[in-house]
Design a protein around this ligand. Structure first.
Ligand code: SF4
Ligand code: SF4
Length: 374
């Protein structure tokens, strides 16, 4: 049975050892990183840098603790993410959100280059075929995947599987474009954006959020650059009127494609080279790539660490399911009741398919032992 180590977010004694950074240090000691990392080995600390307005990410203090723990066992860490907006701007977002060399204690690099097309095609499953894995992730021998657990409009639940699938795959490939990148998950098939003029209220939120500045409203008519478009789906998510749609696969295939992509990423590592840290903190309803972070819908729970992707995701969901919805949040607006699955009520997505499919693909086990180290 897989082991998942847990540290609660609650503080019982007013001392450093009972703080979240202190407990993360203990979790990292408990899992014994030297079993996974060789001296002088380069180690990617994979996180999400957030966006200009989305400050609820894995906090830099936690990334620093991971970096320090890797250094303690002789590894050479760097903190990384793939390009989500133009590369230079994304590095500035990281800096603004407090993730820089000085704060985290290690270089902060883009995993797929300044243009987001430095990647290697890797065989994936029946849905995706092949997928463009960021070259830095492809080449690095070891990785600690630091995931901010939260909701997601398309995935329902976003944790380590999504951090690997969407986060370690590029938006685009140099030759085959979005169809080989994360857009292949967002829009399985042709993925032409559709606009419904009758629904549109010309609020221009879609234009503002497009990371490529690819949306126009000439004569109040929606237009987008089909060649350039990454199929990131952000314009569809912010539209308050559902006036833009991105036709694609159904929810089941989308969830399965996430697990397929996660497997493609993990296939670039030898066994026992990847550790997962899930942060069940600031659990907001939406993705860290959105232009704003909503208030949390579930109270902080704590931090989990494991070497089993499926086990840590199952344990995270099991903990989420025990929580009550927070007042004065979207959960209250949407009338989520005590005992409800908050993320399911908010997004109405069959997110557990991510986990069952990952288990089917051999990425771990849903049978786990939760070990509370606090
Ligand atoms: S899906 Fe929408 S927001 Fe994303 S790149 Fe294409 S036009 Fe821009
Ligand atoms: S976000 Fe939706 S309603 Fe607003 S301008 Fe774009 S398509 Fe129209």
């Amino acid at each position: 049975m897989s082991k998942v180590y847990f540290a609660s977010a609650r503080v019982k004694k007013w001392k450093y050892a009972d703080s979240m950074p202190g407990k993360l240090e203990k979790l990292l000691q408990t899992i014994n990183l030297s079993s996974y990392i060789e001296p002088k080995e380069w180690v990617a600390v994979k996180t999400h840098f957030g966006s200009e307005g989305a400050h609820r990410i894995v906090r830099p203090v936690f990334l620093r603790k991971v970096v320090e723990a890797i250094k303690l066992v002789g590894g050479k860490p760097f903190v990384t993410d793939t390009v989500r907006i133009k590369g230079l701007d994304y590095l500035e977002v990281a800096n603004q959100n407090g993730i820089n060399h000085l704060s985290v204690g290690a270089p902060v690099v883009l995993a797929d280059g300044l243009y987001g097309n430095d990647n290697i095609m890797v065989k994936a499953g029946d849905i995706l075929g092949e997928i463009a894995v960021a070259s830095v992730i492809y080449d690095v021998p070891a990785m600690v995947v630091c995931s901010h657990v939260k909701g997601h409009i398309q995935a329902g639940y976003a944790g380590a599987i999504k951090n690997l699938a969407m986060g370690a795959v590029s938006a685009t490939h140099r030759h085959c474009g979005w169809k080989c990148g994360r857009g292949a998950m967002h829009a399985i098939g042709e993925g032409k954006l559709l606009w419904d003029e009758d629904k549109c209220v010309l609020c221009l939120q879609c234009q503002e959020i497009c990371p490529l500045e690819g949306i126009t409203f000439k004569d109040n008519k929606f237009g987008y650059d089909d060649e350039l478009c990454w199929r990131c789906g952000r314009c569809t998510r912010v539209c308050p009127e559902d006036a833009i749609t991105l036709p694609g696969g159904d929810d089941e295939n989308f969830m399965k494609s996430l697990s397929e992509a996660a497997k493609a990423v993990l296939d670039t590592f030898k066994p026992n080279k990847v550790i997962y840290v899930n942060f069940l903190t600031e659990i907001q309803p939406e993705c860290d790539c959105m232009p704003a972070a909503e208030v949390p819908v579930i109270q902080d729970i704590g931090i989990l660490i494991s070497d089993d992707l499926v086990a840590i995701e199952k344990a995270s969901v099991d903990l989420l399911l025990k929580q009550k919805p927070l007042p004065a949040s979207l959960a209250q607006d949407e009338n989520v009741k005590d005992g409800d699955d908050v993320l399911s009520v908010l997004h109405k997505k069959p997110y557990l398919i991510q986990i069952t499919e990952a288990e089917n693909l051999g990425l771990g086990s849903t049978k786990y032992e939760l070990i509370d180290i606090t």
